[in-house]
Design a binder for this molecule. Structure first.
Ligand SMILES: [Zn+2]
Length: 311
């Protein structure tokens, strides 16, 4: 059976003209990966409110679902409320939940949405309504007794919501590598934060990642949630770093090889990506999942790493 990726781009949301959310990338990414023929593309069930409430305040959940949230909170989220937005939000969250089930079973799960790391317990921000990564970790804890989890957040923006939700939780390690001068301008404290200056390129980025990854695995996580945003790409409209497409590929490989060699299952969520033309962003996202297929799922690779281990 082919590995699965979940998608939710069949729930378009009504946005005002000129809105910065790159709605088209989700469909283009699904079509690109479908064209590869490596993955099965699947729809997940909507996330249920009682599961969302594992990470979010019940008043916030009910307020959003019924369209009764304070307009100031909706403004910070950055989308006008609509019934379509609730469906898309629940489908995106459902994708990360389904991907984590896949990861626990097979070692890998992927969602072509999600990575909504700016959502806090009782409010959202920056295109993020609910925090799919936090919900998935707490759902796995409840349903499967998964205790220790690590979040590797390599989106160019700090994973502030995730950091805040797990600040008091000793069993969740949060790592965020992000641009110092980027949104969110008031940073939270992750377990490990690396903030990079404007214009940081491949070499600086990869050295930072390589130096910090061993600490993530020393924590002995039972699962890794990888927020694989590609908005660190040079020229991204909302990023300030200068990674090349090749640098991003090396980044993905570094994370995924380490998961593979330590035998830790990994869930990949999409995260941000706002480079133009949009095909650059789509290609960078697609490469993350291609790297996962190559590193996590191919027999040749496992034979090769086994040989390397013996040597
Ligand atoms: Zn981002």
């Amino acid at each position: 059976m082919r590995p699965r990726l979940f998608y939710c781009d069949h729930y378009p949301i009504p946005l005002p003209e000129g809105h910065r959310f790159p709605a088209a990338k989700y469909r283009l990414l699904r079509e690109t990966l479908a064209g590869d023929g490596v993955f099965e593309l699947a729809q997940a069930e909507f996330a249920r409110a009682d599961v969302i409430e594992l990470a979010h305040d019940s008043g916030y959940v009910a307020g959003f679902l019924s369209g009764a949230l304070d307009p100031a909170i909706m403004r910070r989220i950055g989308f006008p409320w609509s019934p379509e937005l609730t469906r898309r939000t629940l489908a995106s969250l459902g994708g990360t939940l389904a991907a984590s089930e896949d990861a626990l079973r097979t070692g890998f799960g992927g969602n072509l949405a999600g990575g909504t790391h700016h959502a806090f317990r009782s409010e959202g921000a920056g295109f993020c309504v609910f925090n799919d990564i936090a919900v998935a970790i707490l759902a796995m804890r409840r349903a499967h007794g998964v205790r220790r989890a690590a979040v590797v957040d390599l989106d160019v923006h700090q994973g502030d919501g995730t950091a805040a939700i797990f600040r008091e939780d000793p069993d969740v390690l949060t790592l965020s590598i992000h641009g110092r001068n980027n949104f969110p301008f008031r940073k939270q404290r992750s377990r490990i934060d690396i903030d990079l200056p404007d214009g940081a390129g491949d070499a600086e980025y990869l050295v930072a990642l390589e130096s910090v990854l061993p600490r993530v695995f020393e924590f002995a996580p039972e699962i890794v949630l990888y927020q694989a945003g590609v908005d660190g790409l040079a020229g991204d409209r909302l990023g300030r770093l200068a990674l090349s497409a090749d640098g991003l590929e090396q980044r993905d490989q570094m994370v995924l090889r380490m998961c593979r060699s330590r035998g830790v299952p990994v869930v990949i969520t999409l995260g941000g990506g706002y480079a133009e033309p949009i095909e650059r962003t789509v290609e960078a996202h697609a490469n993350t999942f291609r790297a996962a297929a190559k590193i996590l799922l191919s027999r040749e690779y496992s034979a090769q790493t086994a040989t390397e281990a013996i040597e």
